[in-house]
Design a protein around this ligand. Structure first.
Ligand SMILES: [Zn+2]
Length: 706
C-alpha cells in the first residue's frame, strides 16, 4: 500500500540537565568519530581549552563535563567559513546555557518553533502538491514543478549558517545508537525529546555531497525505471511465444508478479514461470544480451541466449539497432550500483556518529543494530516452520518446489462475498467522499474507541478525493489536520477503495495521536514507517466488520498468516544479500563493476545455499539478487522483513487487549523513541520475529500442515 509519509527531517538527542541533576545520562568521553579530520582548524584546540576554563570559572566545576561535551560537539561541525577563533569564542560565551532555567527556556522555545517550522513547511508542501494529488482537474506543467518543490530542503544548511544548529550542539547531547539502546530506557521523556532535538543536527553534509547522492539515486532510478522485458519476444527452442503481444514487464516487480499470476494458468503457467526465472538469472549475472533490454525489436531465447530480429511486431518502440548480437549487458547494473555507493560514501566524513551508509541505515533510520537485524532475519530463515510450510506448498502444487516458488501466492484468505457484492455494499454506503467523512466517528466506535475519542480523532481528519489510489498525509503541527486521500468513483466508492481508505484512516489516527497527544512534539511520530504501516494494517484487517459483515474465519486468517510468513522468508534472504553487497562495497572501495558483479552473484548464491537450497533441493541459484531496490534504494531491503515482524507483534497485542481503540491510542502516544523501547512499551517484548513464528505455527496446525 502506498502511503505518503512526509519524509521527516531527522531529529533527535537528549539533554542532560545542565545543572547536572540528571545523572542517568552518561557522557561519552571519546571523540565521536572520524569526521574531526575533515576540518580541524589550527586555532580550535587552544580556543576550546580557553573556553572550557572560562565557562568552568563562571558556572562551576560540576558543569565541566557538559561544557566539554558542548565544545566538542560544536568543534566537530565548525568550519572556517563559520568564523575565526574570536567568533567561535564569542559564540560559546553567549550561547552556553549555564543554568537549568535557561536550558528549559531554550528547550521549550526550540520545540515550539521547530514545530511551527515543520508544520508550516509541510502545509506549503501539501498545498503545492494538491493539484497532482487530488482528483481536481487537469495537472498543468507548472503544477508538477510546484509539487516537486520542497521549501524545507535547505533548512539544516541555514541553521548551521545562522548558528541555530550550533546552539543546539553546544547545549544538547548527540548520542550514538548504543547509548540510545542502553541508556534510553532510563531516560525521562524530556531527555528523549532533547536527544531527538540534537539529532536533527547530527550531520552537516555539504550541498555538493547531497547533490551527488541525489543525482546517483536519480540515475539509478532511471536505469531501473526503463528496465523492461518485452515478453512476446521471449521465445523457446521451437520459436514459440508463451506471452501475449505488447506485454512489457518491468524488472523485477512485474516479472515477479507475472510468476505469481502464472499459478492460475494450468496450461502454460509452469513453462512461463521457468522462463521468467531464466530471465531474472540473466539480469543478475548480466549475461542478458544488451540488445533485449526494453526492446521489442528483438526475439530472444533466454535459455540458449540466442537473439534475432523480431519475427513479429507488437510495438513501435523497437530500438533501431544495427547488427543484432547477443553481446551481454556490460555490467551496467553494477556500475550504477557502484556509483550510488561512491556518492553515499562522500557523506561519511560529515556524519560523525554514523560514519558509513550502513551505520546510517541501521543506527539512524532503523535504530536497530545491524547484528540484531541479521539475527532476526536468520531466525526466520532457519526456522523449522520453513520446511513445514514448503511441504504444504508442495502438496498443494502437486510437484516438487522450484526456485521461483519463493514467490508462491496460493495462500489466499477466502471470502464469503464476491468482489461485486462487496462493491455494491460499499457504493450504497459511501456514494461520496463526504459520506465516508461523516461516518468516521461511527467506524472508530466500531473499532472500540470511546465516543468522545472517536469524535476527537474524526475532527482532526479531512477526507479528500484522491487522484490515485489513496494515501494518508498527517499534519506536522497541532493546529493543522491530517488528510485522508481516497478514491471515489462516479458510481460511489468500491470495495478496493474502501479497503484502502480504512488502511489510510489507520495512518491518520496514528498521526493524530502521535502528534496531538504525545507529551513532547519533538517526539512526534513512530520509530519508523514499519510501525505506522503495522498500525494501519490493524485497521485494514477489520474492514469487513466495519461494513457490518462477519470477520474473516479462522481458515482465512491462517491462509493470510502463511502468506505473510512465506513472504517474510523470501524477502529476509533478499535483505541479507543487500547487506552483504553493501559490506563488500565498503570492503572494496576501489572495485570495478565486473568485480561487484562476481561478488553479488557469489553472495546471492551463498545465502541461497544456506537457507533455500535445503528446501528447494537446488544449489547456486542467484534469484535473490534480482530486486531492483538493491540497485537504487541504498540498503532499504531489510526493512520489509522487519515490517512483517512488527505487524504481527502489534496484531497479537491487539488480540490480547480485546478492544482496539484504547490500545491503539496507548501505543501511538509513545512517539518516536527507539523501536525496541516502543515495542516493549506496546507489547512487553522488543522487536523480534517471535509473534510471526508463533502465529505461523498455529496457522500450520490449522491448515493440516503438521
Ligand atoms: Zn500504508
Amino acid at each position: 500500500m502506498h502511503c505518503s509519509h512526509l519524509q521527516l527531517l531527522l531529529f533527535a538527542v537528549m539533554v542532560v540537565s545542565v545543572a547536572g541533576q540528571d545523572t542517568s545520562m552518561k557522557i561519552s568521553t571519546k571523540p565521536s568519530g572520524s569526521q574531526a579530520a575533515a576540518a580541524q582548524l589550527a586555532w580550535m584546540k587552544t580556543s576550546m581549552a580557553r573556553m572550557e576554563t572560562e565557562l568552568v570559572t563562571k558556572y562551576g566545576e560540576p558543569q565541566r563535563p557538559w561544557i566539554q561535551r558542548g565544545l566538542r560537539q560544536v568543534s566537530e561541525f565548525w568550519r572556517a567559513e563559520d568564523g575565526d577563533a574570536g567568533v567561535f569564542e564569542d559564540f560559546v560565551r553567549t550561547n552556553f546555557a549555564g543554568d537549568a532555567a535557561t536550558l528549559d527556556t531554550m528547550f521549550n522555545r526550540y520545540q515550539r518553533l521547530l514545530e511551527q517550522l515543520d508544520g508550516h513547511m509541510h502545509e506549503i508542501n501539501r498545498e503545492f502538491s494538491q493539484q497532482s494529488d487530488l482528483d481536481a482537474g487537469a495537472v498543468l506543467s507548472f503544477d508538477e514543478i510546484f509539487a516537486g518543490y520542497d521549501p524545507s530542503a535547505h533548512v539544516v544548511d541555514d541553521f548551521f549558517s545562522n548558528k541555530l544548529a550550533f546552539i543546539v550542539l553546544l547545549n544538547f547531547p548527540l548520542t550514538t545508537l548504543d547509548q540510545r539502546l542502553h541508556d534510553g530506557p532510563d531516560w525521562t521523556r524530556r531527555q528523549w525529546a532533547e536527544v531527538r532535538l540534537a539529532q536533527r543536527f547530527d550531520k552537516r553534509i555539504p550541498a555538493d555531497v547531497n547533490l551527488a547522492v541525489s543525482e546517483a539515486g536519480a540515475e539509478a532510478g532511471q536505469y531501473i525505471a526503463q528496465y523492461n522485458i518485452w515478453m512476446h519476444h521471449v521465445v523457446d527452442a521451437q520459436g514459440q511465444r508463451l506471452f501475449p503481444p505488447k506485454m512489457r514487464l518491468l524488472s523485477h516487480w512485474n516479472l515477479r508478479d507475472e510468476i505469481k499470476a502464472d499459478y492460475a494458468d494450468p496450461q502454460n503457467g509452469l513453462a512461463k514461470q521457468r522462463t521468467i526465472q531464466q530471465i531474472m538469472e540473466r539480469i543478475v549475472t548480466q549475461s542478458i544480451p544488451q540488445v533485449v533490454v526494453d526492446n521489442p525489436g528483438v526475439d530472444w531465447n533466454p535459455y540458449s541466449n540466442e537473439v534475432s530480429p523480431a519475427a513479429e511486431k507488437d510495438s513501435d518502440a523497437a530500438k533501431s539497432t544495427g547488427l543484432v548480437t547477443n553481446t551481454r549487458e556490460p555490467d551496467t547494473r553494477y556500475a550504477v550500483l557502484l556509483r550510488t555507493f561512491v556518492a553515499a560514501k562522500k557523506a561519511d566524513p560529515y556524519s560523525p556518529t554514523a560514519p558509513t551508509l550502513i551505520d546510517r541505515r541501521f543506527d539512524e533510520d532503523r535504530e536497530i543494530p545491524e547484528a540484531r537485524v541479521k539475527a532476526m532475519l536468520e531466525q526466520v530463515l532457519s526456522s523449522p516452520l520453513v520446511a513445514e510450510t514448503a511441504h504444504l506448498i508442495q502438496s498443494r502444487l502437486g510437484r516438487p518446489l522450484e526456485p521461483f516458488d519463493v514467490w508462491y501466492n496460493g495462500f489466499r484468505p477466502g471470502s464469503k462475498y464476491t468482489e461485486a457484492e462487496l462493491d455494491e455494499i460499499v457504493a450504497h454506503k459511501y456514494p461520496t467522499a463526504e459520506a465516508y467523512q461523516k461516518d468516521i466517528p461511527n467506524l472508530l466506535m466500531k473499532l472500540g474507541f470511546a465516543p468522545d475519542r472517536a469524535q476527537y480523532v474524526a475532527s482532526n481528519i479531512i477526507v479528500d478525493p484522491a487522484r490515485g489510489s489513496g494515501h494518508a498525509m498527517g499534519a506536522e503541527m497541532r493546529s493543522a489536520k491530517a488528510h485522508l486521500r481516497t478514491r471515489v468513483e462516479k458510481t460511489g466508492m468500491n470495495y478496493k477503495g474502501f479497503n484502502i481508505a480504512v488502511h489510510e484512516m489507520g495512518h491518520n489516527v496514528e498521526q493524530t495521536f502521535s502528534l496531538n497527544d504525545v507529551d513532547y512534539t519533538l517526539l512526534q511520530g513512530v520509530p519508523n514507517t514499519a510501525f505506522t504501516e503495522a498500525l494501519a494494517f490493524v485497521f485494514q484487517g477489520h474492514d469487513l466488520e466495519l461494513l457490518g459483515l462477519p470477520a474473516p474465519d479462522a481458515k482465512s486468517q491462517a491462509e493470510k498468516t502463511l502468506n505473510d510468513f512465506w513472504g517474510t522468508y523470501e524477502i529476509a534472504g533478499v535483505g541479507l544479500v543487500d547487506m552483504g553487497v553493501w559490506h563488500w562495497m565498503y570492503d572494496h572501495p576501489q572495485a570495478r563493476p565486473e568485480q561487484l558483479n562476481d561478488a553479488t552473484v557469489q553472495i546471492a548464491k551463498d545465502v541461497w545455499n544456506r537457507y533455500y537450497a535445503p528446501v528447494f533441493h537446488k544449489k547456486d541459484v542467484v534469484l535473490l539478487g534480482v530486486y531492483s531496490h538493491m540497485i537504487d534504494a541504498f540498503l532499504y531491503l531489510p526493512d520489509y522483513s522487519i515490517g512483517h515482524m512488527i505487524a504481527f507483534q502489534i496484531e497479537e497485542q491487539m488480540k490480547k487487549a480485546g478492544a482496539i481503540g484504547p490500545e491503539f491510542e496507548r501505543m501511538a502516544k509513545m512517539g518516536r523513541v527507539t523501536p525496541d523501547l516502543w515495542m516493549v512499551h506496546a507489547t512487553g517484548r522488543p522487536v523480534g520475529p517471535e509473534a510471526l513464528l508463533e502465529a505461523t505455527q498455529r496457522a500450520l496446525a490449522a491448515s493440516g500442515g503438521r
